[in-house]
Ligand binder design. Structure first.
Ligand code: PMP
Length: 397
């Protein structure tokens, strides 16, 4: 048995941390990973700590009830679609808790294949590498649409619009509503309006993968702008939500997938089908994480504290971007580093070549994904100089 099983290809993202961990050097930098504070330590948000204290053991034991989960889904959709959204008021959504953003994407991909078996998913180029794997494993073909321009390190807006126009009518598109991973490049308000307009003409289905609500601007409401524009324009849409980054709940795996429906009847049908997919895969998801999130979102003080803490994380990311850029400029680098501060969110898509990335790893013990994506979350006041000098060394001509 199993003699034919060969080792799987390495995952381009998780393998960075593995390589980092197996490097015996004491001074090394992991720029592939999750949010850290300025001391390089993982963060448990104070709002999460307080929410955990508020949840009694009894509540956890009793909360297998469907009501806890539907309450959580309701809280999630309010956060994504807006407190006063007519979708929420009229019950025009179907949602289920998911194993974080990845699980939410996977549930949607499975649902897509079941009900639109010959459809494809258009993914931005580039995108979070797991998107390709998720839709492939769900047996949905993927295509790509233009998004990032390596020359300007910004958006290829016209090419993006053309791809949306040229796709067959009624295509599925995955959109990152904010803090695009890996590029840190988002469309602006006017551009989202135009994208939404063309989606309407083409009757495409937008699926928003929102893994970073709050992490782009520091404001959770503002980061939902793209979704709100689409809702205002009357689209039906899907949404994956994750609380890994914005609540620091990485290992708790807390998320939600929701689909805006035409009416309550359609929502009921869609929800029952999502539940069936869940039932055959893992029956149901854990409740502790959803209880933490619901406790925070329904307590005015905890919610305000959460919003402040999101702002603190984002301000730190921005201040590291500013310092990194300034330090590189002070080193008299002949290259332009303005995109470090133009891009938003967790990642700085540096444009470093695979050779430069290798050199950083070999000579400076700095670890990042092969595409040159730097997680600003791993940059601190103590290592930013070292990083800037190393980048300068490998890029100077
Ligand atoms: N979508 C995007 C765009 C992401 O960047 C990530 C995390 N890197 C996810 C989804 C999933 O994250 P998680 O499963 O931890 O919520």
């Amino acid at each position: 048995w199993w003699d034919h099983v060969q080792p799987a290809l390495k995952d381009p993202i998780t393998s960075v941390t593995q390589a980092f961990l197996s490097d015996p050097t004491p001074f090394k930098l992991n720029l592939g990973g999750a949010y850290r504070d300025d001391k390089g330590k993982p963060v448990t948000l104070e709002c999460v700590r307080r929410a955990a204290e508020k949840i009694s053991d009894c509540e956890i034991l009793e909360s297998t009830k469907a009501t806890t989960k539907s309450k959580f889904v309701q809280d999630c959709v309010k956060l994504a679609y807006g407190n006063d959204s007519s979708v929420v008021r009229e019950g025009r959504f179907a949602g289920v808790p998911a194993l974080s953003g990845t699980g939410a994407c996977r549930l949607f991909a499975e649902f897509q294949r079941r009900f639109y078996s010959n459809s494809q998913m258009f993914l931005p180029m580039p995108t979070w590498s797991n998107h390709h794997d998720i839709w492939r494993d769900s047996q949905v073909c993927t295509r790509t649409y233009h998004y990032y321009d390596p020359d300007t390190k910004g958006l290829r807006f016209q090419a993006l619009l053309n791809d949306i126009k040229n796709a067959p009518d009624r295509s599925f598109f995955l959109l990152h509503p904010c803090a695009h991973n890996p590029t840190g490049v988002d469309p602006n308000y006017e551009q989202w309006k135009q994208i939404s307009h063309i989606f309407k003409i083409k009757n495409h289905f937008p699926f928003f993968d929102m893994a970073y609500q709050g992490i782009a601007s520091g404001d959770v409401e503002r980061d939902a702008t793209a979704i709100r524009i689409f809702l205002e324009d009357g689209h039906l849409l899907g949404c994956a939500q994750s609380f890994s980054k914005n609540m620091g709940l990485y290992e708790h795996r807390v998320g939600c997938v929701s689909i805006v429906s035409r009416d309550e009847k359609q929502a009921t049908a869609i929800k029952s089908q999502l539940q069936r997919i869940v039932r055959a895969m893992y029956s149901s998801s854990p409740v502790h994480g959803p209880l933490l999130v619901s406790t925070i979102l329904n307590d005015a003080d905890l919610k305000a504290l959460w919003e402040e803490e999101v702002k603190v994380m984002v301000d730190r990311l921005i201040s590291m971007r500013i310092t990194l850029r300034q330090t590189l400029e002070q080193l008299n680098s002949s290259l332009s580093w303005e995109h470090i501060t133009k891009q938003v969110g967790m990642f700085y898509f540096s444009g470093l070549s695979p050779e430069e990335v290798n050199q950083l790893q070999r000579d400076f013990h700095i670890y990042m994904t092969n595409d040159g994506r730097i997680s600003m979350a791993g940059v601190t006041s103590s290592n930013v100089d070292y990083l800037a000098n190393a980048i300068h060394e490998v890029t100077k001509v």
